[in-house]
Write a protein that binds this ligand. Structure first.
Ligand code: PLP
Length: 421
């Protein structure tokens, strides 16, 4: 069976060009880049070249402002814990209710250890309210952490504008953005539009580098205590022998993302729009989440009323289609994701949420296959639902009234509607 990979927000295939760029550092040039002998020089030079490449990719920042890490999660942990430990006089953090757990869980942990954290709510489309953001900034605010684009819905936050407002309010407030879902997709111009951003994190494996490498931009002068101690690497800011092959791979991946960006983006957007239009046309009672927000062009997150996302994923898997669900049932909880709950997705739909995310290797045949399979899967699952009338392909009258509610009772159990803000 052919695999149709529609989960590129989870990870991407490593590009052959990236594998080629990494190979020599596994074999002939395996040396420790910190070693003093001449034979180790190519490894050290590879890191220097990679740092220059990533600095250019981020709009021409200074290479000394780039730290290589193992992933975006490490980059974000380094930035958040590092900033909090270096600035004990300020205790307030502003973030959003829809951040990836890499930020969300760290903020909750900081709140448990005495920080005061404001989780900003979003509207039904996943947008932030600007006046609410401005009101949240306080004289004791240490840091603002707002993601660039949401991993579940693809909704883009106006990070450049939020960072500018933050600095106009108080230049001492640090601004962190998690750009894991936008690196390689949207411009990250840290000397232009995004010049007020102090800290930016991303991971290699979302843009065709391998899993296990990431980067953190930390603007010069940003007070931050190191998160990993035990070595002089990365200017003493991130100890541990550098992962030379993966760092070389990350650099090749960001080059690749820039080389053919516009053509790849146009193709992905066309495929995503075709997929989305096809699903909306062929499945009754389905909603595209964040359709009303600016979105990255590869992500399609939709909620099908009256069925479980996990059931859909299971059956998609049977047809070779890889996607992901907005609920965390696989981890033993039937709770929908905190993102969809914060967006107040109606309770009849929030459990039936699926994310399909496209990438540079997807084709029209992949979309054709998904469009052929999906409506059948939904019809089969809905036949099992007491709220669906399969004869007329619509909800039963008593269920129709429930479709707008964000809280409700199904079989005596209260579901949905919990807002984390
Ligand atoms: N932030 C966002 C927005 C993400 O989508 C992800 C991964 O899905 C991460 C952070 C964490 O990335 P990693 O697992 O590579 O550390």
């Amino acid at each position: 069976m052919r695999t149709v990979y529609l989960d590129n927000n989870a990870t991407t295939a490593v590009a052959p060009e990236v594998v080629e760029a990494m190979e020599v550092y596994f074999t002939a040039e395996y040396f420790n880049p910190s070693s003093a002998y001449e034979r180790a020089a190519p490894a050290a030079q590879a890191i220097k070249r990679a740092r220059d490449t990533v600095a250019r990719f981020l709009g021409g920042v200074d290479p000394s402002e780039i730290l290589f890490t193992s992933c975006a999660t490490e980059s974000v942990n380094t930035a958040l814990y590092g900033a909090v430990r270096a600035n004990p006089a300020r205790r307030h953090i502003v973030t959003t209710a829809v951040e990836h757990p890499a930020v969300y869980e760290v903020c909750k942990d900081l709140a448990r250890s005495g920080a005061d954290v404001t989780f900003l709510p979003v509207d039904r489309a996943g947008n932030l309210d600007l006046p609410t953001f401005i009101r949240a900034l306080r004289p004791d605010t240490l840091l603002v952490a707002v993601m660039h684009a949401n991993n579940e819905t693809g909704a883009i936050f106006p990070v450049a504008e939020l960072a500018r407002i933050t600095k106009e309010t108080d230049p001492a407030i640090l601004f962190l953005t998690d750009a894991t879902q936008t690196a390689g997709k949207l411009p990250l111009d840290l000397r232009g539009a995004m010049r007020h951003v102090d800290l930016l994190a991303f991971s290699g494996h979302k843009l065709h580098a391998p899993k296990g490498v990431g980067a953190l931009f930390a603007r010069r002068g940003t007070a931050m205590r190191p998160f990993m101690l035990g070595g002089h690497q990365e200017g003493g800011r991130r100890a541990g022998t550098e992962n030379v092959p993966y760092i070389a791979g990350l650099a090749r991946a960001v080059e690749l993302a820039q080389e053919d960006h516009d053509a790849v983006e146009a193709r992905i957007r066309r495929l995503r729009d075709r997929l989305e239009a096809g699903l909306l046309a062929s499945i009754p009672c389905v909603e595209v989440n964040s359709q009303g927000a600016p979105r990255i062009p590869n992500t399609c997150n939709f909620s099908v009323h009256f069925i479980e996302g996990e059931g859909m994923l299971y059956q998609l898997n049977e047809h070779g289609i890889c996607g992901s669900s907005g609920s965390a049932c696989t981890s033993g909880s039937l709770e929908p994701s905190h993102v969809l709950r914060a967006m107040q997705v109606p309770f009849t739909a929030v459990h039936g949420s699926v994310r399909l995310s496209l990438g540079r290797y997807n084709t029209d045949q992949d979309v054709d296959h998904a469009l052929e399979v999906f409506p059948r899967i939904v019809a089969n699952l809905r036949r099992l639902s007491p709220y669906w009338d399969p004869a007329h392909e619509r909800p039963r009258p008593e269920a129709e009234a429930m479709m707008q509610g964000t809280r409700g009772t199904v079989g005596g159990e209260t579901r949905g509607g919990t807002n984390t803000s």
